[in-house]
Design a protein around this ligand. Structure first.
Ligand code: LR7
Ligand code: MN
Length: 667
C-alpha cells in the first residue's frame, strides 16, 4: 500500500511537471511568433514626435520607434473593404482616452487592422465628435487674437480613408474652428475604391453646417496632384492642409491664421500630437520640437533648444512660433496667393513623399519661413506601414520624388544624397526632368543650399566644405593603411603644434586617394555603433567593425571644425561620465559599460573632441581623456566585446590611435 502511494505520487508529480513544461513551451512559442510578425511589419515610415513626458537624459531622444502590427489572419473580401462598420459607443475615446476593443472582437480587430494600417475597430467605436482635452499651455490659452483674421479653406485629400476617421477629421475641424474663419472644407478624393466614399459621403457632407465640397481625381495620382486640385477650387484667404486622419484640438486655428496675418511669407504648422494607430488615444507632444531631414531626406523630429527666431516677438515668449528647417508635410497653413507666388508644388511628384522636402527647401531658400506654432495642437494617426498601393512602385516613386527635390534645391549636396540613399543614384537624377522647377528657382532668385544650411539649420549634420566626411579608422599599427597614415602624419612639418581639426582635414584631404587605396577590407577596422542598426534615439555604445560597406551610413561621420563628431539622424559622439548613474542604467539597457556614447547632438561640451596629428589620438576636449579601444564584458551576453572608451591618454598605446578616411560627397 505504502509503495503504491509513493509510486502514484511520483507519477502525479511527473504528470504535473510535464503539464507545466508543455504550457511553458507553448507560451514561449506564442511569444516568439508574435515577436516575429511584429518585426516583419515594422517598416518605419514617418517618425512620430516624442510624447510629452519627463526626460531621463539632458538631450532627449527625439525619434520614437514603433512597431507596426500587421494582419495575421487571412484575406479580406470585397465586403470587408466596402462596408462601413462605424458604430459609435457613447463616451468611448472621450477626452482622447484609449479604446479597448472587447475580447470577442479581437479576431476581427486583427483582421481589419491591415485595411488602413490602424485599428479600424477602435476608431469605429469612437463618436465623431469625441471630446479632447485642451492641450495648450496656460500662456497659449490666455492669448488674445485680433478680430480681423483671414479666412481659410481647409483642404483634406484622401485615398481609401476609413469613414469614421475621415469624418472625425471633418467634425473636429467644424466643431473647433470659429465659424467666421472657416470659409469651407474641400475634400479631394484621390481615386478611392471604397463604395462608402462615393454617394454616401456626398449625401453626408451636403447637410454639414460648413460648406463642404468634394472633388475627385480621375485617376490615382498622389497627394500632390490632389492637393493642387483642392487648392484650385479654394476661396479662403489661407489654405490649410490636413491629412485625412487628424483631430483638431481646441484653439488650433487662430494661432495659424494670426501668424499669417502678421507675416504672409510664413508657412505655419501646428504641433502634431499623436493619435495611436493601436487604440486611438490622443497624446500631446512637445511644443518645442522642430524638424529636419536625414541624409536620405526622411523627415525627422529634433528637440534641442532652438531660439525662437521670429523678429516681431521676443525670444522669451513661449507662445512665439519656432522656426523649423523642415516640415512634416501634411499639416500646415499658407496664404493662398503666396502659395502660388512661390510655385505651389512640384506637380510631377507622384503618390507620396518628397514634397515636404521640396517645400521646406523652396520656402526658406526663396525668402519665406517655415514655423511651428506651439499654441496650435492637431492630432494625427501615425502609422508604421503604408496601407495603400503605390502605382509605379514604392521605391521608384519615392526616389524619383526625392531626386526631383534634391536636383532642384540642393546644389552640391544633391550628389551626397544620391550617393548615400539606397535606390537613388546619379542615374535617377538624369531620368527626371526638372527644367520648370529650375526656372522657378531662377525666377524667384532663391538662395543657395549652403546658405540654407548655414543660416536656417546651423545645427545640421550634413557634410560641408569646412567639415570632414568619411570613416574613422583604428590604426592598429599593422595594416598598410594604418602605417601609411601614421607615416604621413608624423612627417608633417609643425605637426606637433597641430591639435586642430582644420589642419588635420586639409592633410587628410590631400592624401585621401592614397589612404583609400590602401584600406585592407579584410583587416582594417572603423568606428561604428555597437549594434547592427544605426542608433536613432537612444544612447548607444561604440565599437569598431569592418571598414567595408559604403552603402551603410552608420560608420560614416561628419566632423565639424569645432570638434563635433556627428553621423546621420543627428547623432553625435559624446563622453558620458559614469558618475551620473549612466553605468547603472547602461547595464540595464545595453549590458555593456562604456563612457562613450552615440546620442542626439546637442553641441555641448560633452560632445566636443580634439585630434592630435602627432600622436593620432582623439581626445575629449574637457577631460583630456583619449578614445581607446578596449575589451569589455557584456554582462547580459556573458561575453567579451570590443568597446570604445575614454581613458587616460598614453601616446604609446596602440589602442588609442585613430585616423580618417575621407569619402566623396560631391562631384
Ligand atoms: O496616393 C496618395 N493619395 C492620397 O490622397 C497617397 C496619400 N494620399 C493622402 C492620404 O490619404 C493622406 O490623407 O495623403 C495624405 C497623406 O498620406 P499619409 O497619411 O499616408 O502620409 P504620412 O502621414 O505617412 O506622411 C507625411 O509625409 C507625406 C509625404 O508625402 C505627406 O507630406 C503627409 O501629409 C505627411 N503627414 C504628416 O505630415 C502628418 C505628420 C507626420 C509626421 C511626422
Ligand atoms: Mn498621415
Amino acid at each position: 500500500m505504502g509503495l503504491r502511494f509513493q509510486q502514484l505520487k511520483k507519477l502525479w508529480l511527473l504528470y504535473l511537471f510535464l503539464l507545466f513544461f508543455a504550457f511553458f513551451m507553448f507560451a514561449i512559442s506564442i511569444n516568439l511568433y508574435v515577436a516575429s510578425i511584429q518585426t516583419a511589419d515594422s517598416e518605419l515610415r514617418h517618425p512620430k514626435p516624442p510624447p510629452k513626458r519627463r526626460s531621463l537624459w539632458p538631450h532627449k531622444s527625439i525619434v520614437a520607434h514603433y512597431i507596426g502590427k500587421g494582419d495575421i489572419f487571412g484575406n479580406m473580401t470585397a465586403d470587408d473593404y466596402n462596408i462601413n462598420q462605424f458604430k459609435p459607443v457613447p463616451g468611448e475615446g472621450a477626452d482622447g482616452r484609449p479604446v479597448v476593443v472587447p475580447p470577442r472582437d479581437r479576431f476581427r480587430m486583427q483582421r481589419f487592422f491591415r485595411l488602413n494600417s490602424f485599428n479600424l475597430l477602435a476608431s469605429d467605436r469612437i463618436p465623431l465628435n469625441r471630446t479632447l482635452k485642451d492641450y495648450r499651455t496656460p500662456e497659449c490659452r490666455d492669448k488674445k487674437y485680433d478680430s480681423g483674421l483671414p479666412s481659410t479653406s481647409v483642404i483634406i485629400v484622401f485615398h481609401n480613408e476609413a469613414w469614421s476617421v475621415l469624418l472625425r477629421t471633418i467634425t473636429s475641424v467644424i466643431n473647433r474652428s470659429p465659424r467666421h474663419l472657416l470659409k469651407e472644407i474641400i475634400l479631394v478624393d484621390d481615386a478611392s475604391e471604397r463604395s462608402y466614399l462615393k454617394r454616401q459621403l456626398e449625401s453626408y457632407i451636403r447637410v454639414l453646417t460648413v460648406p463642404t465640397r468634394i472633388y475627385r481625381m480621375k485617376k490615382r495620382s498622389g497627394l500632390v496632384p490632389a492637393r493642387l486640385l483642392g487648392a484650385e477650387h479654394a476661396r479662403g484667404d489661407v489654405l490649410t492642409f490636413l491629412d485625412a486622419h487628424c483631430e483638431c484640438s481646441r484653439g488650433w486655428l487662430e494661432p495659424l491664421l494670426a501668424r499669417i496675418k502678421e507675416a504672409r511669407n510664413v508657412v505655419i504648422c501646428p504641433v502634431i500630437d499623436i493619435i495611436s494607430d493601436d487604440n486611438f488615444s490622443y497624446t500631446k507632444t512637445f511644443e518645442n520640437h522642430w524638424g529636419g531631414f536625414n541624409w536620405q531626406l526622411s523627415f525627422r523630429w529634433f528637440s534641442s533648444e532652438r531660439k525662437r527666431q521670429t523678429t516681431e516677438i521676443t525670444a522669451k515668449d513661449s507662445t512665439a512660433p519656432i522656426a523649423t528647417p523642415g516640415m512634416a508635410g501634411g499639416l500646415f497653413a499658407i496664404d493662398r496667393n503666396y502659395f502660388y507666388e512661390m510655385g505651389s508644388y512640384d506637380s510631377n511628384m507622384r503618390v507620396w513623399g518628397g514634397e515636404n522636402v521640396e517645400m521646406s527647401f523652396r520656402i526658406w531658400q526663396c525668402g519665406g519661413r517655415v514655423e511651428i506654432s506651439p499654441c496650435s495642437h492637431v492630432g494625427h494617426v501615425f502609422r508604421s506601414s503604408t496601407p495603400y498601393t503605390f502605382p509605379g512602385g514604392m521605391s521608384e516613386v519615392l526616389t524619383d520624388n526625392l531626386a526631383r527635390a534634391a536636383t532642384v534645391w540642393m546644389d552640391d549636396w544633391q550628389y551626397f544624397v544620391m550617393l548615400y540613399t539606397s535606390g537613388l543614384s546619379l542615374s535617377v537624377k538624369d531620368k527626371v526632368n526638372v527644367t520648370e522647377r529650375v526656372a522657378l528657382r531662377e525666377k524667384l532668385q532663391c538662395k543657395s543650399f549652403a546658405w540654407y544650411l548655414e543660416n536656417i539649420w546651423p545645427e545640421h549634420f550634413f557634410p560641408a566644405p569646412d567639415r570632414f566626411f568619411g570613416k574613422i579608422i583604428w590604426l592598429d599599427g599593422e595594416t598598410e593603411c594604418a602605417q601609411a597614415y601614421s607615416k604621413h602624419m608624423k612627417n608633417l612639418p609643425g605637426r606637433a603644434l597641430s591639435r586642430e581639426w582644420q589642419r588635420a582635414f586639409e592633410e587628410i584631404e590631400s592624401k585621401s586617394e592614397e589612404f583609400m587605396s590602401l584600406i585592407d577590407l579584410e583587416r582594417d577596422k572603423c568606428l561604428r555603433p555597437l549594434k547592427e542598426v544605426a542608433p536613432r534615439s537612444s544612447l548607444q555604445p561604440v565599437t569598431v567593425g569592418d571598414c567595408t560597406s559604403h552603402a551603410q551610413t552608420m560608420d560614416m561621420f561628419v566632423i565639424t571644425p569645432k570638434g563635433q563628431i556627428m553621423t546621420n539622424d543627428n547623432i553625435c559622439l559624446a563622453y558620458r561620465p559614469p558618475k551620473q548613474g549612466v553605468i547603472k542604467l547602461l547595464k540595464n539597457r545595453n549590458a555593456t559599460t562604456s563612457n562613450v556614447m552615440l546620442t542626439q547632438c546637442a553641441g555641448d561640451a560633452s560632445q566636443l573632441w580634439n585630434y592630435d596629428m602627432d600622436t593620432q589620438q582623439i581626445s575629449h576636449r574637457d577631460t583630456k581623456l583619449c578614445l581607446t579601444l578596449k575589451a569589455a564584458t557584456n554582462a547580459r551576453l556573458q561575453k567579451q566585446e570590443k568597446v570604445v572608451l575614454c581613458m587616460q591618454c598614453d601616446f604609446k598605446d596602440i589602442t588609442q590611435k585613430w585616423g580618417f578616411i575621407p569619402l566623396p560627397w560631391r562631384l
